[in-house]
Design a protein around this ligand. Sequence first.
Ligand SMILES: Nc1nc2c(ncn2[C@@H]2O[C@H](COP(=O)(O)OP(=O)(O)OP(=O)(O)O)[C@@H](O)[C@H]2O)c(=O)[nH]1
Ligand SMILES: [Mg+2]
Length: 216
Amino acid sequence: MRKFLLVGKTGVGKSSFINATFGKYLAPSSEFEACTKIVKHYAQNTPFGDICLIDTPGLAEDNALLDKEYLVLIQREVDLKQLDGIIYITRLNETRFRPDEKQTLRCLTNYLGSEIWNQSWLVLTFAASVSNDVRDAATRQKINHIETFLQSITGENDLEPKFKKFRHKLRVDNLVRGWSQKGVPILSILTKVSRDSLGSRSHSCSYKAAFTTPKE
Ligand SMILES: Nc1nc2c(ncn2[C@@H]2O[C@H](COP(=O)(O)OP(=O)(O)OP(=O)(O)O)[C@@H](O)[C@H]2O)c(=O)[nH]1
Ligand SMILES: [Mg+2]
């Protein structure tokens, strides 16, 4: 079974990503308030293979103490060594690289270890909320901000091998279907990645547009 840990700020669509990926409403999501308060494993048998997505409470919700509490919870509930990857989720339609996102990336690095970034994915949500003509530029900018920042903070920790790029980058919209002509099902991407390739140093540098099924 492939296992991925989902992390990111509150409200970026972590729980919705689980629902969209599996095509059913499993993980509670909320428009108005920070929603997920526990770490929960969602394991499903799918036509593409068995897969487990681990939902976590969003960071940067209120204060540093709460972030710490959530990160300790993740440390306790998740065996990081058993993961096929960590998926960092952020919104494509949030164009500024704000201090709360930097703080989130720093906290994840400090508590879970720089090594988590060696097998990390980047998922950009709310893709349909960014208009077609600026979507590629917004994507490049977002990726560049986050990768450059991670290179810098993992550099401080002398991570070996050095973090260069996310292994995979996906643009999704968890609610809107058909926003991209070139979409492929997320499940096919999550299940295709070979465990063997995770140990290698090669990094995928392209991003893929991906359809997901909207919440019912
Ligand atoms: N348009 C659009 N809305 C989205 C997308 N992803 C999530 N949402 C909406 O954004 C809100 C927050 O989504 P959640 O899935 O609860 O976010 P979360 O990251 O799990 O939040 P926490 O549990 O608080 O950490 C909900 O109203 C979702 O319907 C997306 O890709 N596009
Ligand atoms: Mg949630």
